[in-house]
Design a protein around this ligand. Structure first.
Ligand SMILES: Cc1ncc(COP(=O)(O)O)c(C=O)c1O
Length: 374
């Protein structure tokens, strides 16, 4: 028996000016980070998000490393962050020698909440890492006022939030430093890539320096600080410029994908679907996630296995930080329990959600999902 052709979890759309700008790189010979598309992408991306400075880097994970380092966080400093996120967030904090302090997610938006952040504040809290999850932003105002009240800076991880707004203002505009990823499942991709945004001249200079091995302008190979090579190449930035030109169109496409999935799956009993909107934002469906409710007899792993057999590729939700073997081994987060994140990890997975998905594929995926519940 032959297997059905797989509908991939992500398909990219690269049919704008990508080829043209890449050709310009090749024809001019500018392929490294010194090429002109890097600065152009930084300026245009920062402007789009309403920020003064953009620093392009090699991915969204190292953007967090550079941000944590630019904040000067170190041993003994606590950073409040959600447990339900990618490991890059905790890794950046831990690599700096600082301490990640976790909070759970809201059961309907899957995002961190102000009350839990308040509960975890101590005199050692030196930053709050805000991470927006899957297409809906964190409810920012209560956390921003908490941070202002206590004089704590915000590091906003907007990796999944290209083109999203909170009460009409662009996400990526709310942290002392905000970061993005341009991995191919993002609304804007550069293959691999990331961006650091800030309005603060000093933080921008620090991030630029950290990204480039802390080379100095006068004595290049004499170093006052340790940095990394986190540079983005001109080739990647060329893709980014072309992609950014179409961000509004991409957001609209993702929204219609999300709406169609919701329409096709709304009456399936036992499925919790992503909220299409909340009072402060409309979902941009970075990915279209499903959560199996308690009455469903199988878990996410089983659902994903069955869908794969039907020709649908899926991905699990994040596995919470407090349940990561790499942290457990060192005694980190011992005895901590975050029931919403634990449920999301075991009962949640996402459907093919790339920009290149066709309506026919969405219908086929939805029909296959329905068949699991027949
Ligand atoms: C919330 C969040 N932060 C950080 C990252 C890391 O980005 P990258 O894959 O570009 O390193 C991701 C990746 O998807 C993410 O979802």
């Amino acid at each position: 028996m032959s297997l059905p052709e797989l509908i991939p979890v992500n398909q990219v759309v690269l049919d704008g000016n990508e080829k043209k700008y890449l050709n310009q790189c090749i024809e001019s010979g500018w392929i490294s980070s010194e090429g002109p598309f890097v600065r152009q992408f930084e300026e245009q991306f920062a402007a789009r998000m309403g920020r003064k400075h953009g620093i392009a880097v090699s991915n969204g994970s190292v953007a967090l490393d550079a941000a944590v380092s630019a904040f000067g966080l170190g041993p003994g400093d606590e950073v409040i962050m959600p447990t339900f996120t990618i490991i890059s967030c905790a890794a950046a904090i831990l690599r700096a020698g600082a301490v990640p302090v976790l909070v759970d997610s809201d059961a309907t938006t899957w995002n961190m909440q102000a009350q839990q952040v308040r509960d975890r504040l101590t005199s050692r809290t030196k930053a709050i890492m805000l991470v927006h999850i899957f297409g809906l932003p964190v409810d920012l105002d209560p956390i921003l006022s908490l941070a202002a009240e206590h004089g704590i800076p915000i590091l906003e991880d907007a990796a999944e939030m290209h083109g999203q707004t909170y009460k009409g203002r662009p996400c990526g505009g709310f942290g002392e430093i905000s970061t993005f990823s341009f991995y191919p499942n993002k609304h804007v991709t550069t293959g691999e890539g990331g961006m650091i945004l800030t309005d603060d001249e000093g933080l921008a200079a620090k991030c630029r320096s950290l990204r480039n091995l802390c080379f100095q302008t006068k004595k290049r190979f004499v170093h006052e600080d340790l940095g990394w090579n986190f540079r983005m190449s001109n080739l990647q930035a060329a893709l980014g410029v072309a992609q950014l030109e179409r961000l509004d169109e991409f957001v609209a496409r993702k929204r219609s994908m999300g709406k169609l999935y919701t329409r096709l799956l709304a009456d399936v009993p036992g499925l919790q679907l992503p909220l299409s909107s909340v009072e402060y934002a409309e979902n941009i469906y970075w990915v279209y996630g499903l959560l199996l409710q308690e009455q469903v007899a199988f878990d996410a792993e089983e659902a994903m296995r069955r869908l794969r057999a039907l020709g649908v590729e899926t991905r699990p939700f994040f596995w919470p930080m407090h349940e990561q073997p790499v942290f457990r081994r060192s005694g980190l987060f011992a005895g901590e329990c975050y029931p919403v994140a634990e449920r999301l990890a075991r009962r949640g997975f996402y459907l093919p959600s790339g920009l290149g998905i066709s309506e026919a594929q969405i219908r086929q995926v939805a029909a296959n999902v329905r068949s699991l519940f027949a």
